[in-house]
Write a protein that binds this ligand. Structure first.
Ligand SMILES: NC(=O)c1ccc[n+]([C@@H]2O[C@H](COP(=O)([O-])OP(=O)(O)OC[C@H]3O[C@@H](n4cnc5c(N)ncnc54)[C@H](O)[C@@H]3O)[C@@H](O)[C@H]2O)c1
Ligand SMILES: [Zn+2]
Length: 305
């Protein structure tokens, strides 16, 4: 897969099919006969949109060597990526991520997904596209969307000094570039998420459970997940108090965390895809390999129950 830094200009993609959402079409004047608009946000991630996309691909006589360009956040990327993976058993794909979260996370690693029967990401595939990074898109993001992406950036900072050093010394474009390249390297080692790649799940066990319970955006849920999973690592003796304080403070510099972790939130960790044999699976930056704990033990450590 190719990862390039550049400026997105719709005129350069006249020979491709371009898919985006209504917000981005308006904000960035993405128009033309070769442009298809899908619903914004999570509303796009379903079989209806995939069917509409595939019908449009047929109507446009899309060839396997032609490229589909997905301009948008993770929702556009996940949906268009899935449609591209199944249409004619795979057509070329270029991601142009427009949110911070999509830049540092969802455009890299080849995971595509749509939702089904209220189950998020129930159906999907591994299908990698090339990526064009254009950080000009950040200019129209609001504070919440930036915080959402910064949750994943903090995860990378904790996982690798390579990103943390860039974060402490350079500007946002370099930080994004460092996150993308590091994630790409991890995914190359383990393309279908069998083992090594699971380090990327730090913050996501409790994060996903909070996303499900509170309905908050993914990156903000991960930020909460990082806060509470670091506390769990401390209670397990995997890190010292200084480490805990430092990283919890970094979390609160980005956004306020949900002040109370409830039993219902922790109960929702049982739905995590990484679990096996009823054990809740965690992956901590300060401890090599995965950690599996019974739910009762997690509750005892975090809630004192
Ligand atoms: N495939 C993966 O590896 C992976 C990883 C993480 C998250 N995801 C998925 O990504 C989705 C969330 O993606 P997201 O956080 O990027 O948001 P999103 O794609 O859901 O978009 C949220 C809103 O932001 C708007 N938007 C996008 N770019 C904008 C810009 N530059 N300026 C102004 N508004 C803009 C969109 O129009 C939309 O209304 C979730 O469905 C999640 O499951 C996938
Ligand atoms: Zn994530």
């Amino acid at each position: 897969m190719e990862l390039n830094l550049g400026k997105f200009n719709i005129d350069h993609y006249a020979h491709c099919l371009v898919v985006t959402d209504g917000n981005l079409q308006q904000l960035y004047n993405i128009t033309g006969d070769n442009v298809f608009i899908i619903p914004r946000g999570e509303d796009a991630k379903n079989f209806d949109t995939v069917k509409q996309l595939c019908s449009w691909f047929l109507q446009k006589n899309l060839k396997r060597n032609q490229t589909v360009v997905a301009v948008g956040g993770g929702s556009v990327g996940d949906t268009v990526g899935f449609a591209c993976s199944v249409f004619k058993r795979g057509v070329r794909l270029l991601h142009v991520p427009t949110t911070l979260l999509a830049m540092v996370d969802s455009s890299i690693g080849g995971k595509t997904a749509i939702d089904l029967d209220d189950v998020k990401n129930a159906v999907g595939s591994f299908y990698e596209g090339d990526v064009l990074l254009d950080t000009d898109f950040l200019q129209t993001l609001d504070d919440t969307q930036m915080q959402n992406g910064m949750g994943e950036v903090l995860k990378y900072r904790m996982l690798t000094e390579q990103v943390d050093e860039v974060y402490l010394q350079c500007g946002i474009e370099d930080v994004i570039w460092a996150c993308m390249n590091w994630k790409r390297a991890v995914c190359e080692v383990d393309p279908i998420d069998e083992n090594y790649r699971q380090i990327l799940n730090f913050g996501h066990t409790i994060g996903h459970a909070m996303e499900l319970t509170l309905g908050i955006p993914h990156g903000l849920a991960v930020l909460n997940g990082i806060y509470y999973e670091t506390l769990l690592a401390y209670k397990l003796g995997y890190c010292n108090k200084q480490y805990l304080d430092k990283w919890q403070e970094e979390v609160t510099k980005i956004a306020n965390v949900c002040p109370t972790l409830t039993e219902t939130m922790l109960d929702n960790t049982i739905y995590d895809k990484k679990n096996d044999n009823d054990l809740i699976t965690f992956s901590f930056p300060c401890k090599y390999g995965r950690t599996q704990l019974p739910l009762d033990e997690v509750k005892r450590l975090l809630l004192g129950k």
